[in-house]
Design a protein around this ligand. Structure first.
Ligand code: COS
Length: 384
């Protein structure tokens, strides 16, 4: 445990209170305006949310995986757009530096990421390279003491507010696969770097994504993550391992919220002279949601414990991401069903969650990619 149990319990309780008392009341407004009020972002900074996983020597809370997933379950109790605001600093936008950065890079960026002074983004996906991340085309050509970057990144979360990008680009044009890829820490704004118009999305309004365009954008050679070329893809995969466990926990938290909300509704809503929660077909939907979200929570806690114990849990994390994100889709669908017509009407917020959770099966690796990772790992074990 990175924190003593009492301190951790206090943190978890504060996050729970903050989520339920401050964020839940703003869900509808953020869903409609596509904007999170700056005051709420300041409260997130003050609570330490931007630095949850950044080591304490750089100003963060240094949560291990067991602790991180407990906090992520709590964060799931509200619209996922809120978590997205600081989620890149906690996960994909900071962990490359934590895992593979040089001491100078850690010292330069981690304290500012932990405090929320700057927001980070992870720039991997491109218009022609999504699931096949190793095929990315953005190039970084060495020119004297600089690299010159050219290419377009797509669907980049938090790019409109980012002060720092962890960018994956090809430094070796002769190596078309994963080995030709390097990671860079690119500060923004800078000449040659521009951000597209924010994407119009199905859900998760308030979480901003956009294209990031590099046109002969110069960065100093010191921006190369870890100072080594050809390691960027591996860094990205390691970062995504941790990120996927976090996403699985957030998805599970949302499932728990929706099961709770649907249960309360089922106890209130009367049809045929009694609460619909007394009908067995409705009870079955609630019980299935409870069972599946409990299963997800349990497997996530197991994978987190093993990760903290030093095991290679890439396969188990892919299982968690696959199961939890598919599960929350089923739970959200049942929540709409239990609410009936009211579930389809925007006023009740259920349809918003239904749209929001659809993204979980796509980003940080689709369900198909998780299955591929699991099956490949099983085959490797079987033939070892
Ligand atoms: N941890 C550490 N290293 C890893 C790794 C992991 N989890 N996964 C792969 N690697 C390493 C491999 O060991 C291999 O190293 P060597 O070249 O030394 O053998 C290298 O990375 C390439 O791996 P692999 O051959 O498995 O790469 P593939 O091109 O087949 O791609 C998948 C693997 C499909 C798993 C990868 O492209 C992927 O995760 N795609 C989805 C991308 C994604 O999640 N996008 C979301 C956008 S970010 S929000």
């Amino acid at each position: 445990m990175a924190l003593d149990p009492e301190t951790f319990t206090q943190l978890r309780d504060s996050v729970r209170r903050f989520v339920r008392e401050r964020l839940v009341p703003h869900e509808a407004q953020v869903g409609e305006s596509n904007e999170i009020p700056e005051t709420l972002l300041d409260e997130m900074r003050a609570l330490g949310l931007y630095g949850l996983t950044i080591p304490p020597e750089y100003g963060g809370l240094g949560l291990n995986s067991v602790e991180e997933v407990q906090i992520a379950f709590e964060l799931g109790w509200t619209s996922p757009a809120f978590r997205s605001a600081f989620g890149t600093n906690v996960g994909i936008g900071s962990q490359g530096i934590v895992l593979d950065g040089t001491e100078a890079q850690r010292a330069a960026y981690l304290p500012r990421l932990a405090s929320g002074e700057i927001t980070s983004s992870f720039a991997l996906t491109e218009p022609e390279s999504g699931s096949d991340a190793g095929a990315l085309r953005t190039s970084a050509r060495r020119d004297g003491d600089d690299y010159v970057i050219t290419g377009t990144k797509r669907f980049i979360t938090n790019s409109p507010r980012a002060g720092l990008f962890t960018l994956m680009a090809r430094t070796n044009p002769d190596e078309k696969g994963a080995r030709g890829v390097s990671a860079f820490l690119v500060e923004a704004p800078r000449p040659g770097l521009s951000i597209g118009k924010p994407d119009k999305k199905m859900g998760q309004h308030g979480s901003l994504t956009a294209d990031v365009i590099f046109e002969d954008c110069r960065v100093p050679a010191s921006a190369l993550l870890g100072g080594v070329e050809g390691q960027g893809f591996k860094t990205a995969m390691k970062v995504l391992d941790r990120g996927r466990l976090h996403i699985a926990a957030v998805a599970t938290g949302i499932a728990e919220r929706l099961v709770d909300q649907a249960t309360r509704y089922a106890l209130e809503r009367q049809q045929f002279g009694k609460p619909i929660g007394e009908f067995q077909l409705v009870q079955a939907m609630l019980a299935d949601g409870r069972t599946e979200s409990y299963a997800a929570r349990t497997m996530i806690e197991d994978a987190a414990r093993r990760r903290d114990g030093g095991e290679d849990v890439t396969e188990e994390i892919a299982c968690c991401k696959l199961f939890a994100t598919e599960m929350v889709g089923r739970v959200a669908d049942r929540a709409v069903q239990i609410h009936g017509g009211a579930g389809y009407i925007a006023d009740h917020g259920i349809e918003r969650f239904y749209r929001d959770v659809r993204l979980f099966r796509l980003y940080e690796g689709t369900s198909e990619i998780q299955r591929l990772i699991i099956a490949r790992s099983m085959a490797k074990r079987a033939s070892a």
